[in-house]
Design a protein around this ligand. Structure first.
Ligand code: ATP
Ligand code: MG
Length: 243
């Protein structure tokens, strides 16, 4: 089992506003890690540190064994940012074109996509159940459909690690269950390591191998085994109730 992400004694501050302090986290290949915590706790910040978009003032952030700032193989990562959906109504692209843009990091920015790339694109659309809408304009799609297209776009890069910041925000119950089903299959059948920020502590729990609670400065991690999942959840909820 290899280490995919490692944070060691991470301290991060925006100016004089400390957000993370002494944060330690290890994500192994095949893990499904849920990050919960109140608004402003630093969940998005931790993802940006892992993605190399921010640099810690103290401590280390490694991804696939490399310093996150020096990591170049971006195609190994999929990322869906918070509030990524909501395309403008007149956004001039079909869902297939949006998903195809996800192939660019893997293919190279100046290279034309090939037939085999479009095969991967159609597979990604199929995985999220949107192949039949591949020629629809994304701007005309519902929020839930747009979220699936963004997931397909991330999958088109064939990532080994998929990072999602509140992917179920705005989805109804069936949309959330559908997304969790897709993520569960991706993890069990394709071995994709998953990290997701979510406020649905209870709902997301069955999917997780590890649960992380952030309360601005403290990060703690609990390995969630099926028979201890409830206790882990309760501990997390209690911890969150305290902040
Ligand atoms: N670019 C920035 N400059 C200054 N402060 C920032 C910046 N980005 C975030 N912050 C602050 O850092 C803290 C953590 O923000 P972050 O976005 O990581 O929280 P979060 O846990 O993702 O919250 P939410 O659940 O609302 O998405 C917040 O207090 C926020 O106001
Ligand atoms: Mg956030």
């Amino acid at each position: 089992m290899s280490t995919v992400v490692e944070l060691c004694s991470v301290f991060f501050t925006y100016g004089c506003h400390p957000v993370l302090d002494e944060v330690n986290l290890q994500v192994n290949s095949g893990d499904v890690v849920g990050i919960t915590g109140p608004n402003g706790a630093g969940k998005t910040t931790i993802l940006k540190l892992i993605l190399g978009q921010l640099q810690p003032q103290k401590g280390k952030v490694n991804i696939f064994g490399m310093d996150s700032m020096a990591f170049k193989e971006r195609f190994r990562l999929g990322y869906i940012s918070q509030n990524a959906r909501f395309f403008n109504k007149s956004f001039p692209a079909t869902s297939r074109e949006v998903v195809a843009s996800g192939r660019v990091p893997a293919r190279g920015i100046l290279r034309r996509l090939r037939k085999e790339d479009y095969k991967v694109v159609d597979e990604a659309l199929d995985t999220v159940g949107m192949l039949n809408m591949s020629h629809h304009m994304v701007g005309n799609m519902s929020g839930g459909q747009q979220q699936k297209i963004l997931l397909a776009r991330a999958l088109a890069a064939k990532p080994q690690l998929l990072i999602m910041d509140e992917p179920t925000a705005g989805l109804d119950v069936s949309g959330r269950h559908e997304l969790y089903r897709i993520l569960s299959e991706l993890n069990s059948e394709k071995g994709v390591t998953l990290m997701l920020v979510s406020h649905d502590v209870e709902e997301v729990s069955p999917l997780l191998t590890k649960q992380v609670c952030l309360d601005r400065k403290l990060c703690f991690c609990q390995k969630k085994l099926s028979d201890t999942g409830k206790q882990s959840n309760e501990a997390c909820s209690k911890r969150l109730a305290m902040v």
